[in-house]
Design a binder for this molecule. Structure first.
Ligand code: AHR
Length: 500
C-alpha cells in the first residue's frame, strides 16, 4: 500500500538542536547595513541603531544562533578596525561584495549587542586567510577575558565592562576558496596552529569549528581535515547551496522559472541528504561517537541577482519554491540530528534565501520566514522514527519523492509532523499512523503555507500574498490521520494527547 506513513512516537532518535534553526548574516550588500543596522540617528525606528521591525520579526522565529561577519568577508575582516568610537573607525573596501566602502560601524560591540537583544548565541568566524594568529587570539581575549589584560582593558575603555559569553568560533571560512585557496593538508596544519591560540578564559568554553568542504562534494577535504585534526575540533562545517542552474553560467531567476526548474530545484535541495550521509560516513571513521558536530553554516537557494540590483549584493526574491527548499532541508536536518548540530541559513536579510527583505523603511517577511516560524516547534524536540511508503513525483526524467517528512516530540509530549508536498502540479492524499498515541483523545492543530502559482511571493505592495493559514484538511479514520495536502505546500500538524 502506498501513501502510508508510520510514526513511532515511542521510538525517540536524537535531540534536534535548536541551533539547526540558526542564521548567517555577512557584511554583504544590504544584509547588515540597512537590513539590521541603521544607526541611532536613522529616521527608521531603531534601538541603539538596530531597526525595530527586523528585531521584532527575528525574535518571533526564535533565532537561536547567529553567524557573523562572514562568509568570504570574514577572511578579510580585521576586527580591531570595528571597535572604538565609530567616527574614528577605519573605512575599507568590501572587495568580495560589490566593492563598496565598509565603514566598520557594525563591529564586535554592535554584533554582541544584537545577539543579546535577540537572546541568541553569537557564532564568530575568525580570519585565517589574511589575518594573523595573534589577531585571532586577541579577538577571543578581547571578547571573553575577565580581569586585567591588554585586550580586556581595551574592551572596557570601549564601553563594555563584563566579558561576553562566546561559545561558537569558526577558524576560517571556505579556506579551499575565497578564504585562501588552500589544499586540505595545508588548511589542516593551519587549523591546528590557529585553534591552539583560541583560548578558554575563565569559565568560557569555546566550541571550535574547523572549515569543511563546500560547493563541490569534496570528500577528500573532509577525510584529510578529519584525519589530521579531528581531536582538536568540536565541529566541522559544510556549505551547500541549492542552485537550479550553473554557478558561473547562470543560476536561474528567483521568480521566472519553468516547471523543469522547479523540479530540478527540489532535486538539488534533496541532495543535502546525500552530502550529510557521505561526509558523515567519513566523520564516523574518526569520530564514531559523533562528538563532532556537522555544522552546515551556509545553506539555501542561490539564484541570479534581481535585475537592476548590484550583482555583488546577492539580492534575490523568495517564492513558495524557497519555502519548499527550506522545509526539505529542515526535514533532512531533523532526520540527521545525531550528526548535524547546527545549520545557518544564508542569509538572514536581503541576501540570498532571506527571511526578510527591506526597502528603506519598508520590510516584508518571505515564504522562507514563514517556514522558520512554523517549524520552530521542533527546536530542541526529539526526532521520532518515521517510516513511509510513498508514491513518486515524476516530471520529465526526474523521479523524486512526492513528499518530505519528519516528526518530533517536544518537552510537553506534543508530536509535530512536518510535511512538504514537492509536486507543484498535483497534491496528495495519505494516512499517518501515530503508533503509541490515541488520536481519539488528542487535540490536533495544523498550519499550512501554500500558493496557487509556483512563483508566488511577497512584495512591498502585497506583503501578505504568501502567508500561513490554518490547516484542517484531515480526518481521523480507523485511528489514523487521513491527510490531503495541496501541491507545493508545507504543513505542520501538531498532535497533543495531553498528560498520559
Ligand atoms: O553566502 C555568500 C557566500 O557564499 C559566502 O560569503 C561564502 O562563504 C560562500 O561562498
Amino acid at each position: 500500500m502506498t501513501n502510508q506513513i508510520i510514526i513511532n512516537t515511542d521510538v525517540e532518535k536524537s535531540k534536534i538542536s535548536r541551533h539547526i534553526y540558526g542564521h548567517f548574516a555577512e557584511h554583504l550588500g544590504r544584509g547588515i547595513y540597512e537590513g539590521i543596522w541603521v544607526g541611532e540617528d536613522s529616521p527608521i525606528p531603531n534601538t541603539n541603531g538596530i531597526r525595530n521591525d527586523v528585531l521584532k520579526a527575528l525574535k518571533q522565529i526564535k533565532v537561536p544562533v547567529l553567524r557573523w561577519p562572514g562568509g568570504c568577508f570574514a577572511d578579510e575582516y580585521h576586527w580591531k578596525d570595528g571597535v572604538g568610537p565609530r567616527e574614528n573607525r577605519k573605512r575599507m573596501i568590501n572587495t568580495h561584495w560589490g566593492g563598496v566602502v565598509e565603514n566598520n560601524h557594525f563591529g564586535t560591540h554592535e554584533f554582541m549587542m544584537l545577539c543579546e537583544m535577540l537572546g541568541c548565541e553569537p557564532y564568530i568566524c575568525g580570519n585565517v586567510g589574511s589575518g594573523t594568529v595573534q589577531e585571532m587570539s586577541e579577538w577571543v581575549e578581547y571578547m571573553t577575558f575577565d580581569g586585567e589584560s591588554p585586550m580586556a582593558n581595551w574592551r572596557k575603555e570601549n564601553g563594555r565592562e563584563q566579558p561576553w559569553k562566546l561559545k561558537y568560533f569558526g577558524v576560517g571560512n571556505e579556506s579551499w576558496g575565497c578564504g585562501g585557496n588552500m589544499r586540505p593538508e595545508y588548511y589542516a596544519d593551519l587549523y591546528r596552529r590557529y585553534q591552539t591560540f583560541v583560548r578558554n578564559y575563565g569559565d568560557n568554553r569555546i566550541y571550535k569549528i574547523a572549515g569543511g568542504a563546500g560547493v563541490v562534494d569534496d570528500y577528500n577535504w573532509t577525510e584529510v581535515v578529519m584525519k589530521n585534526a579531528h581531536w582538536l575540533m568540536d565541529g566541522l562545517s559544510l556549505h551547500y547551496y541549492t542552485i537550479p542552474g550553473d554557478f558561473l553560467l547562470g543560476k536561474g531567476s528567483s521568480t521566472e522559472f519553468t516547471d523543469d526548474e522547479w523540479t530540478i530545484t527540489m532535486k538539488k535541495a534533496l541532495y543535502m541528504d546525500e552530502l550529510i550521509k557521505k561526509h558523515g560516513t567519513i566523520m564516523d571513521k574518526y569520530d564514531p561517537e559523533k562528538r563532532i558536530g556537522l555544522i552546515i553554516d551556509e545553506w539555501g537557494t542561490w539564484f541570479d541577482p534581481e535585475p537592476g540590483t548590484n550583482p555583488g549584493f546577492l539580492y534575490q526574491q523568495n517564492t513558495i519554491r524557497d519555502a519548499l527548499v527550506a522545509a526539505i532541508h529542515f526535514n533532512i536536518f531533523h532526520n540527521h540530528a545525531d550528526r548535524v548540530h547546527m545549520a545557518n541559513i544564508a542569509q538572514t536579510i536581503n541576501v540570498l534565501q532571506a527571511m526578510i527583505l527591506t526597502e528603506g523603511e519598508k520590510m516584508l517577511l518571505t515564504p522562507t520566514y514563514h517556514v522558520f516560524d512554523m517549524f520552530k516547534v521542533n527546536q530542541d524536540a526529539v526526532a521520532l522514527a518515521v517510516d513511509n511508503n510513498f508514491e513518486e513525483y515524476q516530471s520529465k526524467n526526474e523521479h523524486l519523492p512526492k513528499i518530505s517528512i519528519s516528526a518530533s516530540k517536544d518537552g510537553h509530549n506534543k508530536v509535530h509532523i512536518n510535511l512538504a508536498c514537492l509536486d507543484h502540479l498535483e497534491g496528495t492524499e495519505f494516512s499517518i499512523e501515530l503508533r503509541g498515541m490515541n488520536l481519539d483523545r488528542a487535540t490536533i492543530n495544523g498550519t499550512i503555507l501554500t500558493a496557487d502559482e509556483k512563483n508566488a511571493h511577497n512584495t512591498f505592495e502585497h506583503p501578505d500574498y504568501v502567508k500561513p493559514a490554518i490547516f484542517d484538511n484531515y480526518t481521523i479514520k480507523n485511528g489514523k490521520l487521513s491527510v490531503k495536502l495541496p501541491p507545493m505546500s508545507v504543513a505542520v500538524i501538531s498532535v497533543d494527547e495531553g498528560e498520559k
